[in-house]
Design a protein around this ligand. Structure first.
Ligand SMILES: Nc1nc2c(c(=O)[nH]1)N[C@H]1C(S)=C(S)[C@@H](COP(=O)(O)OP(=O)(O)OC[C@H]3O[C@@H](n4cnc5c(=O)[nH]c(N)nc54)[C@H](O)[C@@H]3O)O[C@H]1N2
Ligand SMILES: Nc1nc2c(c(=O)[nH]1)N[C@H]1C(S)=C(S)[C@@H](COP(=O)(O)OP(=O)(O)OC[C@H]3O[C@@H](n4cnc5c(=O)[nH]c(N)nc54)[C@H](O)[C@@H]3O)O[C@H]1N2
Ligand code: SF4
Ligand SMILES: [Mo]
Length: 679
């Protein structure tokens, strides 16, 4: 039999589910469930189940191409790579290395991302970022500020030990479906599930208590809960004394805050806030799960800090079932951040503004100069392109023309560049704007490691050949780097992993052999004898003195308020069947046939006032533009609130690009809009 079963991973979200690819004569002909995978136990959601529909898809990019007029023509790899190197050299010569920006891909493996940021920095540019900017950058900085480390404190399996799960701004049953398995186990063991979400979602159906908060009022909700914890004597004094600093200021500021205020600002009845706070504080082990519902706000970083602070106040950190679970997005967004694919950090979260970091990597990489940070974030790169500071941009596996907020501006920014490279597996709207498009090998077509949301690092081997002339990111970057005179002599991903082992302490003991085993290892894993880490902060936090920094913050108003002209608050998010910009899921027949057009959820009261019926086409307008969508009239949203998924081109024409000043994440979850029947 020539058929082989090759262990692999789902290429979509950060749960990191395992699966086997059935490979025959170099082609994937089936999948088998990996029942011994620790995080997924053989389960896959609809996206994981449909991966075969995209891997060999006829529209995969097969050859390098260059833009000629409005179209593209096929060129050789040599011509493509020479053009890119030439454009980089020109940019450096005319404007200096800081005129170049790089977007590393959270869909690509650690080794590719490590090389991407290393190439950017060796060329003298500090401007390297990834889609975490649009997602969990508030986690990296906010959780980093409170706990000293911006990563999930516990792990997914450990959720079943929780006796109370407080899920705020996460719709994990759709966005991380396999996590439901662990939450359900907790529920079966008697855990109370609390969901704070303005909408009725499949996650809120699981909830014992659903707090339907007004969008953007999360800090008031959690301050209300902390007020109850304080007034009811449920503060963990011992924990505060031994393991934290900053509690006095917090408790002092809560004195001046009332539950009536919390109820008024959040729209949640005070009795429900009390119930939720007591359930959370009194349980022997409570978990906070959070995601985009709290990060994608102008106060995203403060929201994250407040989650972490509430957990500290009740002493629910550093034990089985007790901690903070940021629900990371993409299959390797955790790894991309770990590898330094962010302007704030070199690999291993060494601060890019710290001269000691520069010295460390000068030695580690054997070079005489490196750029000190912070570089520009992806959101700032757009501004820099518009005002002429950024001239060259190299995007790997991101689709900002669909996924950025206020995409008209992104288009203008990309148009302003002298040169744009896009390395992709499909011709996305972003790739269509490129001067050169490079065809990339997809996850199953290359070796490398991926780090899931629970810090689980898993290596997979290449299972099938890439289509046409598509190449691995590693090969492409080595080719470009060499043309730029850099010493990139890596022969394979395993060699890059060895360098990561040497320079990223959390990955020190993550050898190829160890992370190739099903389930891999969780970081920190500092040496080859270390078993990896299940739960962070059990004894000490990752701050210099080992103590957590409690944060005292109050709510910031949203970047945009509803008005007479724009009376409805628009929030956006995900559905289970589609994935981000949809380049893959919209080419997947089984997914696309079930959900194939942009829609907007509108409350029946608003619909009646606007004379709209379910199924009508509407035009949704904000201060930035308009989008068409089909109305779904539903009680899932309250009057005055509407919801649109962002997977289809349209939603982000109208979203707000107001930024959180700390993390620079856009406020995707709040825009003032008006809705009208389409003429
Ligand atoms: N199917 C699918 N899965 C995915 C993705 C996908 O595109 N499709 N993308 C992946 C990525 S990149 C990410 S980052 C994750 C994101 O995963 P999630 O964050 O869970 O997804 P969202 O739907 O963006 O937002 C979650 C919830 O926040 C709620 N919300 C909106 N505004 C507020 C608010 O002000 N406060 C509160 N408390 N809640 C609010 C929304 O109603 C929504 O139900 O999903 C990952 N998984
Ligand atoms: N309105 C609204 N907008 C949002 C959000 C929201 O909640 N609301 N969420 C935001 C969030 S959290 C995120 S993370 C961003 C996501 O923004 P993006 O990261 O831009 O979204 P993706 O569609 O996942 O883009 C990844 C691209 O990588 C390509 N790809 C896949 N595998 C490979 C590979 O192996 N190599 C290469 N080179 N390419 C590959 C895919 O084809 C895809 O086009 O969207 C943001 N936009
Ligand atoms: S939960 Fe995430 S990793 Fe698992 S199968 Fe679904 S998309 Fe893939
Ligand atoms: Mo994300």
């Amino acid at each position: 039999m020539s058929t082989k079963l090759i262990p692999s991973l789902c290429p979509y979200c950060a749960v990191g589910c395992g699966l086997y690819l059935v490979v025959d004569k170099g082609k994937a002909i089936g999948i088998e469930y990996m029942t011994d995978h620790p995080a997924s136990e053989g389960a896959l959601c609809p996206k994981g189940n449909s991966v075969l529909e995209i891997i060999d898809h006829e529209e995969r990019l097969r050859y390098p191409m260059k833009k000629v007029g409005d179209g593209f023509v096929r060129i050789s790899w040599d011509e493509a790579l020479d053009m890119i190197a030439h454009a980089m050299k020109l940019s450096i010569k005319k404007y200096g290395p800081r005129s170049m920006g790089f977007l590393a891909s959270s869909r690509c493996n650690n080794e590719e991302n490590y090389l991407m940021e290393k190439m950017a920095r060796l060329l003298g540019s500090p401007h390297v970022d990834n889609c975490a900017r649009l997602c969990h950058s508030p986690t990296v900085v906010g959780l980093g500020a409170v706990f000293g480390m911006g990563a999930m404190t516990n792990n997914l399996l450990d959720l079943e030990n929780s006796k109370c799960i407080f899920a705020i701004g996460t719709n994990f049953t759709e966005a991380h479906p396999i996590v439901s398995r662990w939450a359900q186990k907790a529920k079966d063991n008697g855990a109370v599930i609390i969901v704070a979400d303005p909408r009725i979602t499949s996650t809120s159906w699981m909830a014992d208590i659903h707090l339907r908060i007004k969008p953007g009022s999360d800090i008031d909700l959690m301050r209300g809960m902390m007020k109850v914890i304080m007034d009811e004597g449920l503060v963990d004094e011992e924990f505060l004394k031994n393991r934290t600093v900053g509690s006095e200021e917090l408790l002092q500021s809560l004195k001046g805050f009332t539950l009536e205020e919390a109820a008024e600002k959040t729209g949640v009845p005070a009795a429900d806030i009390i119930r939720a706070a007591k359930a959370y504080a009194l349980s022997p082990a409570s978990a906070v799960l959070y995601s985009m519902g709290i990060t994608q706000h102008v106060c995203g970083t403060d929201n994250v800090k407040t989650c972490a602070t509430m957990a500290l106040l009740a002493g629910h950190v550093g034990r089985p079932g007790a901690g903070v679970w940021p629900m990371r997005g993409q299959n390797n967004v955790q790894g991309n951040c770990d590898m330094g694919g962010m302007p704030e950090f070199y690999p291993g979260y060494r601060k890019s503004i710290d001269p000691a970091t520069i010295e460390f990597f000068k030695k580690g990489w054997n070079v005489s100069e490196l750029p000190i940070g912070p570089g520009l974030t992806s959101t700032e790169m757009n501004e820099a392109a518009l005002d002429g500071r950024l001239k060259f941009l190299y995007i790997t596996g991101e689709d900002p023309v669909v996924c950025d907020a206020n995409v008209k501006r992104t288009r203008q920014a990309l148009e302003s560049l002298d040169f744009l490279v896009v390395q992709e597996i499909f011709m996305t709207p972003t790739a269509r704007m490129a001067d050169v498009v490079l065809p990339a090998a997809a996850w199953a077509e290359k070796d490398g490691s991926y780090t899931s949301m629970e810090r689980r690092v898993q290596w997979i081997d290449k299972a099938v050949e890439a289509p046409g002339e598509a190449k691995e990111g590693l090969w492409i970057m080595c080719q470009i780097a060499r043309r730029m005179g850099l010493d990139f002599s890596y022969e394979n991903a395993a060699q890059v992993l060895q360098e990561i082992n040497r320079l990223v302490p959390q990955y020190g003991g993550m050898t190829l052999e160890r992370i190739s085993k099903i389930g891999g290892l969780r970081w920190p894993c500092p040496d080859v004898n270390h078993p990896g880490t299940d739960i962070l902060h059990t004894q000490k936090f990752s701050t210099p003195d080992g103590k957590a920094r409690m944060a005292t913050v109050t709510n910031t108003p949203p970047g945009e308020q509803v008005s007479a002209e724009y009376p409805i608050l628009l929030t956006t998010g995900r559905i289970v069947l589609h994935y981000n910009g949809g380049s893959m899921t919209m080419r997947s027949i089984s997914l696309e046939e079930r959900e194939s057009e942009l829609y907007i959820e509108i409350n029946p009261e608003d619909a009646a006032r606007l004379k709209l019926a379910d199924g009508d086409m509407v035009v949704v307008t904000t201060r930035r533009g308009e989008a068409e969508a089909r109305a779904r009239v539903t009680e899932k949203v309250k009057p005055g609130v509407a919801f649109m998924p962002f997977h289809w081109h349209g939603t982000n024409i109208i979203t707000s690009d107001a930024l959180d000043p700390v993390s620079k994440i856009p406020e995707y979850k709040m825009a003032a809009c008006k809705i009208e029947a389409k003429a």
